[in-house]
Design a binder for this molecule. Structure first.
Ligand SMILES: Cc1ncc(C[n+]2csc(CCOP(=O)(O)OP(=O)(O)O)c2C)c(N)n1
Ligand SMILES: [Mg+2]
Length: 362
């Protein structure tokens, strides 16, 4: 059997702050930088939910609880590497270089340039159709292999998305073509209200990798150092021609599926409480404090700086030109059908002639 089945959960830092693995070779400044990304992600996610509640953004998915996996999967990517993800990857996209204002613009339904992911970031747009981004990622990775470039691709999806044919087909293609591709599954236990055990009878999603000939890893997704360490190994292997890998990050969403969801209808409170005690941010903060790398004052300052950064993103969003609401009718067909033209006219009539909404500063 060339690839032993993974049966070990990689962990470096337990929820109670115990060090149980080798700390990766990483500077003190980088440790603080990784922590800052997690704090920024949590603040940004909370602010986005508040903006949605005020009617200033559309439906969106909070990332609370998944900050360690999000930062760890993106932190080691080079500018030329590619990242494809779902609606749950906003923090990973930020780490890869997408401005906060661009993400906010997307969630306000803006389509103009300032709300689109810049090409230089090598991020594909946020994908809502589950697992399709994994096929796109694999296609890009196969292209990179064909052109013998030193780039890698990280494709991210949730546990629910792994039940799609697309995910499994992508694993097969990446394996056969030995594409420089890293599959990352953010297994947060739920696909809206469908629990993980109803997605697959396998104990771990990573157990699927060896069946496709891929080295696979199960990682404590709330342990930033563990995710970082595994990502370093799989990225280096892919970049040096060693082929694709599958990484399953065991994590949990501490918020609703989206702003249109009420998890109290299905999520057992004991489960939530258990995972609240594994929150990746206090765990990493404690680690930094134990190493005398972060005082309470420095932590407060870091948080204030992150709030200011998110606020700057909101201000940049408010300075963007508003999207004319009728533009939703303009982008479906090159030549609109008579039905669409009628709908557009009715819509504009209903809107009372209001074409552009303006947003006051918040
Ligand atoms: C192909 C497809 N089927 C169904 C949906 C509706 N849908 C949106 S999110 C979601 C759950 C996805 O769960 P998971 O992959 O675990 O990601 P998570 O939201 O937990 O991050 C579903 C079924 C969709 N967007 N695309
Ligand atoms: Mg999920």
């Amino acid at each position: 059997m060339p690839y032993p089945l993974p049966d070990k959960i990689h962990q470096i830092l337990t929820p109670t702050g115990q060090i149980v693995g080798d700390i990766p070779d990483i500077s003190d400044e980088q440790l603080i930088e990784l922590y800052r990304w997690m704090v920024l992600g949590r603040i940004c996610s909370d602010r986005m939910v508040a903006l949605q509640r005020q009617g200033r953004l559309g439906t969106l998915a909070a990332i609370n609880g998944q900050e360690a996996a999000s930062v760890g999967l993106a932190a080691l990517l080079e500018p030329e590497d590619w990242l494809t993800g779902s609606y749950r990857e906003i923090l990973a996209y930020m780490v890869k270089g997408i401005p906060i204002s661009t993400i906010l613009g997307y969630y306000r339904g803006y389509l103009h340039e300032q709300a689109q992911f810049p090409y230089e970031t090598r991020c594909l747009p946020i994908q809502i159709v589950l697992a399709t981004q994994i096929l796109h990622a694999t296609g890009i990775a196969m292209g990179i292999k064909y052109e013998s470039k030193p780039q890698v691709v990280v494709g991210v999806c949730g546990d629910g998305a792994t039940s799609e044919g697309d995910f499994n087909e992508a694993l097969n293609f990446a394996g056969v073509y030995q594409a420089p591709m890293i599959f990352v599954v953010q297994n947060n236990g739920w696909a809206i209200s469908t629990p993980r055990h109803k997605q697959s009878n396998a104990q771990y999603i990573a157990h699927r990798g060896p069946g496709f000939g891929l080295p696979s890893y199960i990682v404590d997704g709330n342990d930033l150092l563990a995710v970082y360490q595994v990502m370093r190994e799989v990225i280096e292997r892919a970049r040096s021609g060693g082929g694709p890998s599958l990484v399953e990050c065991l994590t949990y969403r501490l918020a609703a599926h989206t702003t249109a969801d009420d998890p109290t209808k299905y999520q057992p409170d004991e489960e939530l409480q258990q995972w609240l005690s594994r929150d990746p941010i206090p765990r990493f903060r404690q680690f930094l404090q134990n190493r005398n790398l972060l005082t309470d004052e420095q932590d407060q300052q870091l948080e204030a700086d992150c709030r200011a950064e998110v606020q700057a993103g909101v201000s940049a969003l408010n300075a963007m030109p508003a999207q004319p609401p009728e533009s939703i009718f303009d982008l479906v067909y090159e030549t609109p059908t008579p039905q669409l033209q009628r709908q557009k006219a009715d819509y504009l009539h209903e809107m009372g002639g209001v074409k552009n909404q303006t947003w006051n500063e918040v």
